[in-house]
Write a new protein. Structure first.
Length: 120
């Protein structure tokens, strides 16, 4: 089980989120003001008669934004996530970490801007 609370640093500010839910294969951590939520869940799936482990991590930020047409304030959400889909055997945690390090390096500021601009 992950430690409680979990903390994610965004723009040099640590966002500490206590656990609000845990059911064995899923935990949700959330700030009391609902501005940040971290969800971690795992499931086992069968694909071509082979079992796979799918782990999904989702970080969501909620903030008040003004509607550009009406200037009415409302809540909006930004969600970013990553998923690890692996066979039950055949890959080590080191190999998973090495691939993750490569993906993180690829997703630098330039690439984030391209994704934001909907390049593919």
């Amino acid at each position: 089980m992950l430690s409680d609370p979990q903390s994610v640093t965004v723009n040099a500010v640590a966002q500490s989120m206590p656990r609000i839910l845990s059911d064995g294969q899923r935990s949700v951590f959330q700030k009391s003001d609902l501005t940040w939520k971290l969800e971690v869940k795992h499931r086992t799936v069968v694909c071509d008669k082979k079992r796979r482990i799918v782990s999904l991590v989702t970080l969501t930020q909620r903030k008040v934004v003004a509607d550009p047409l009406t200037a009415v304030n409302d809540y909006e959400f930004l969600t970013e996530s990553f998923q690890i889909d692996r066979p039950e055997a055949g890959y080590t945690s080191t190999e998973v970490d090495q691939q993750w390090a490569g993906l993180k390096a690829w997703a630098d500021t330039t690439m984030t801007g391209k994704l934001y601009g909907q390049e593919s």
